[in-house]
Design a protein around this ligand. Structure first.
Ligand code: ADP
Ligand code: BMX
Ligand code: ZN
Length: 291
């Protein structure tokens, strides 16, 4: 029987049924409520999962935030409209009556993307460039979660000591510069108030400020990828998220990565499962954990 898989991001929430062969049916999406209080998120999840639950054996949630013991704790609450914490597992168990697995979204996506490569490589890093910048590390064939769930939060490493303050409290995180929110926050003048999607549109039309904002993001990501190579000796890096998968972005990152010494370069690939990597990774982990 299927898994009810949910991908909860800072901008959108997706829910679908995923079968043993990873076929996705009944995909439903909603905008993530930007509300400090948990009620709006609970209502949104109720709306999304209710039509799907009857056909599921288990629930699998890939979510933004540090996920520990089924609870979401935001490292950057600004990505969730100020929401700092949410009892994901309890809410979904109550809503569906089904057993539930919860995992960080980028960790889940890393697992989905690694599965087809298992046996060929042992070390891989997944990076999502989306509302935030998230990461998942596969080391020696295993997904690193960490004792507190923090493993792989690579968006909160340093990009620029003189950069903007990140919502996590640090100064100059990669996320504050490279993410969709980071790109939008730096926009000025005629681009002030635009979201990252609109800024990509302006860049495609040749707007010089938009082009610079996207270059700034891609350069920060390339430097992160070089750092990640030094830390993990990964055999490749896979990228996802709406910014990471947008037209031309990965080739720009590759151009900046080529400026780094060869030791720090990794082959870069777009996510094979595109925007569904988080959903599928959570479903795979739940199939393994909840027979
Ligand atoms: P989530 O963070 O909820 O997983 P996404 O991966 O869609 O969601 O990332 C959301 C961010 O991506 C927002 O900053 C949004 O403006 C930006 N975005 C959405 N679509 C595009 C696009 N086609 N090109 C570039 N950026 C995009
Ligand atoms: C943030 C952090 C990570 C998450 C990453 C990408 C929060 C709420 N989230 O760094 O846990 O993996 O964003 O999340 O602190 P997304 O919403 O962009 O997919
Ligand atoms: Zn940060």
């Amino acid at each position: 029987m299927s898994t009810l898989a949910i991908d909860l991001g800072g901008t959108k929430i997706a829910a679908a049924l995923v079968d043993e062969a990873l076929n996705i049916t009944g995909l439903r999406t909603a905008a993530t409520p930007a509300s400090k209080t948990p009620e709006a998120l609970r209502a949104c999840l109720t709306e999304l999962v209710t039509p799907l639950a009857a056909n599921a054996r288990r629930v699998a949630v890939a979510s933004t935030g540090i996920i520990k013991d089924g609870v979401l704790t935001a490292i950057n609450p600004e990505n969730l409209g100020g929401l700092a914490s949410f009892p994901l597992k309890d809410v979904l168990t109550q809503l569906t009556g089904l057993p539930c697995l919860t995992v960080n979204d980028a960790q889940a996506a890393a697992w989905a993307e690694y599965r087809p490569l298992a046996g060929k490589i042992s070390d891989m890093v997944f990076l999502t460039v989306s509302t935030g910048v998230g990461g998942g590390i596969i080391s020696d064939g295993r997904l690193l979660v960490g004792s507190g769930g923090l493993a792989g939060h690579l968006g909160h490493t340093l990009a620029d000591p003189n950069g903007p303050r990140c919502g996590c409290g640090r100064i100059g995180c990669v996320e504050a510069i490279a993410s969709g929110r980071g790109i939008a926050a730096a926009a000025k003048g005629e681009l002030a108030g635009c979201d990252a999607r609109a800024i990509f549109g302006h860049a495609a039309e040749g707007n010089p400020q938009a082009v610079l904002l996207i270059q700034r993001s891609a350069r920060a990501l390339a430097r992160l990828i070089a750092d990640v190579k030094a830390v993990t000796d990964c055999q490749c890096v896979v990228t996802g998220g709406s910014v990471g998968l947008s037209e031309g972005y990965l080739s720009l990152v590759k151009t900046f990565l080529a400026e780094e010494p060869e030791t720090y370069r990794s082959p870069l690939y777009p996510a094979r499962y595109q925007h569904n990597a988080g959903l599928l990774g959570a479903a795979l982990l739940a199939q393994e954990a909840i027979p």
